[in-house]
Design a protein around this ligand. Structure first.
Ligand code: UDP
Ligand code: MG
Length: 319
């Protein structure tokens, strides 16, 4: 059963965010205190600021906040592990201290006002609540187009994702405990959460432009993250090579047919027929072989991941 006043942990990954952090902490504290005052969440709810190896004075700021406010915790990673790992660090270290955990970016792009709606949906029984942005108006034309292409590509490759959802989400502690059993090094949280199942809900919000500081996701990092999403999730891409191989092979048979006809009707120069036959046939076969090897590499890849085979949402009766 979901508690009526759960302990909420708000996990905030921070990488060189000293410009915006004072503002975001103020906003988050304000929302958290309102939730506590309204008895929506327990009084021991807290904010956990994860410093992802910042090179500016983010950590000094976090320590100051933590000293001044009992509801703020700080966590410092030893180096820059990246957004996804910073989220994990926060979630995994705090899962024992909270009933539900919210992840939100430090730059106030995600609407802090919908946290209340998320908590409401959680109280109503949902285990994962995804924050989904209504539009991409606040993004540059380029970011909007590339993001849309990315989500379409993921859908084509059968990676389950929630369209336009980034890492703004609330999850029950059982979900996070489940997540702990995914031993993936190449982590793509946006794909893992929908894969886990559980009762989920969606909350729409408009994403504001970054309040202060600049993006920590320049194009290079964003592209590498997108590639991670495509290649670390399943073996659809390898399967595609096999299909291309089969396609090439069929094409080569058609070409062979045409080449033979040309040969028999005498419209060829010496050597052309055999050359073309060999090239097309062999490239088709090559491609199939590559795809086959890919299939096996893919199997090993999935095995090495050692994903859990099942997760338990609830037990009844409770032992
Ligand atoms: N972030 C992080 N480690 C990194 C890069 C980013 O913890 O290596 C954090 C960053 O501080 C922010 C969040 O991840 O809280 C999202 O980053 P950002 O807002 O720069 O990305 P964008 O919204 O531009 O895609
Ligand atoms: Mg941002």
């Amino acid at each position: 059963m979901t508690k009526s006043t759960p302990t909420l942990a708000i996990i905030v990954p921070c990488y060189n965010e000293s410009a915006v952090l004072p503002l975001s902490v103020k906003e988050l504290m304000h929302r958290l205190k309102a939730l506590v005052a309204g008895s929506r969440v327990a009084a021991n709810s807290f904010i956990c600021l994860v410093d992802d190896g910042s090179s500016d004075n983010t950590w000094t700021l976090i320590k100051e906040f933590a000293l001044a406010e009992p509801c703020i915790k700080g966590l410092k990673l030893s180096s820059n592990f990246g957004h996804q790992n910073a989220l994990l660090a926060g979630l995994f270290t705090q899962v024992g201290a909270a009933d539900c955990l919210l992840t939100i970016d430090a730059d106030l792009q995600d609407d802090v006002d919908v946290i209340e709606t998320m908590v409401e949906k959680y109280a109503a029984g949902a285990k994962i609540i995804y924050g989904v942005r209504k539009s991409r108006q606040s993004d540059s034309f380029w970011k909007r187009q590339s993001a849309q292409f990315f989500y379409r590509l993921l859908r084509f490759l059968k990676v389950k994702t929630v369209y336009n959802h980034a890492d703004f989400r609330l999850a029950d502690r059982t979900v996070i405990e489940g997540l702990q059993r995914f031993n993936e090094v190449n982590l793509f949280l946006r794909g893992i959460f929908p894969l886990m199942g559980y009762r989920s809900e969606v909350v729409h919000y408009s994403r504001a432009p970054r309040q202060l500081g600049e993006t920590k996701y320049p194009f290079r990092k964003m592209a590498s993250f997108a590639w991670q999403g495509v290649t670390s999730f399943n073996t659809s891409l390898l399967r595609l090579v096999t299909w291309m191989g089969i396609g090439m092979f069929i094409l080569s048979l058609l070409i062979a047919f045409w080449v033979l006809i040309a040969y028999l009707s005498g419209n060829t120069i010496a050597g052309w027929t055999s050359m073309l036959l060999i090239i097309t046939l062999f490239s088709g076969i090559n491609m199939i072989c590559l795809g086959l090897i890919g299939e096996y590499v893919g199997k090993i890849f999935l095995e090495v991941k050692q994903r859990p085979r099942f997760l338990i949402e609830e037990e009844t009766p409770k032992l």
